[in-house]
Ligand binder design. Structure first.
Ligand code: URA
Ligand code: URA
Length: 223
């Protein structure tokens, strides 16, 4: 118990957090009653052994997404990297480990949220997603969002934010603000890979994640 608290505090320090709000006592998201019936399997089935874009020629695995099919909180990244492509799971490399710690910093477990990407296949050499690839893949992301029915979507980085919001505005101006998105609220923040290169931006991500935690609380999603 004390070890856990110690680890949490050292993570806060690493994030540059100097003020702690009153912690959420025994926090857990409300279970299972807030979204429509799960049809993630059907969406995965429809995606099939996808060959809708050229990434099918270079991918190892399709990375569909992972997590709680009734999650209140959903994270959308950009595209699988090498580790994700090898394992078929989202955010399992270094950026993924940081994302896991970011999730835990707002008193949630990774299994409680849902994690997906704009693209389901890795672009060669981790290049940016191409417009035609986004175009082919976006409908599946939108169906996943509809199926899960999260209260809040956190768009990780420029590509997720711009794709979902349909805007060319830079992530620096989009981050930290909730925008209505269908039945959801969408909040862009910096991508964990960006944080690995620019650790000082963790401070802003922590500010954004506190907003997410407070909004989920307001919406009754912590019991
Ligand atoms: N970066 C992403 O955008 N998504 C992943 O799944 C991993 C790294
Ligand atoms: N550029 C990106 O693509 N993402 C970030 O999070 C920050 C800068």
């Amino acid at each position: 118990m004390f070890k856990e608290i110690e680890q949490q505090l050292s993570f806060y320090l690493e994030l540059g957090v100097t003020h702690l709000n009153v912690p959420l006592q025994g926090a857990a998201p409300c279970a299972g009653t807030c979204g429509p019936a799960a049809t993630l399997e059907e969406i995965r089935h429809e995606l099939g052994d996808c060959s809708r874009c050229k990434l099918c020629h270079t991918r190892t695995h399709i990375v569909f997404g992972e997590g709680n099919p009734k999650a209140e909180l959903m994270f959308v990244g950009e595209a699988p990297g090498a580790d994700e492509d090898a394992q078929g799971l989202p955010f399992v490399g270094r950026a993924g480990q940081l994302l896991t710690r970011i999730i835990e910093a707002i008193d949630l477990k990774r299994e409680q949220v849902y994690i997906a990407n704009v693209l389901k296949c890795r672009p060669p050499n981790n290049r940016d997603p191409a417009p035609d690839e986004i175009e082919m893949c976006r409908p599946f992301l939108l169906k996943q969002i509809e199926s899960i029915g999260p209260k809040i979507i956190v768009a990780l980085g420029k590509h997720a934010a711009q794709t979902l919001l349909g805007t060319p505005r830079p992530i620096s101006s989009l981050r930290g603000k909730f925008t209505p998105f269908g039945n959801q609220l969408l909040l862009p923040t910096f991508h964990p890979s960006y944080l690995l290169r620019n650790p000082s931006a963790k401070r802003e991500v922590w500010e954004d994640m506190k907003k997410v935690r407070d909004k989920l609380k307001e919406l009754g999603c912590y019991s």
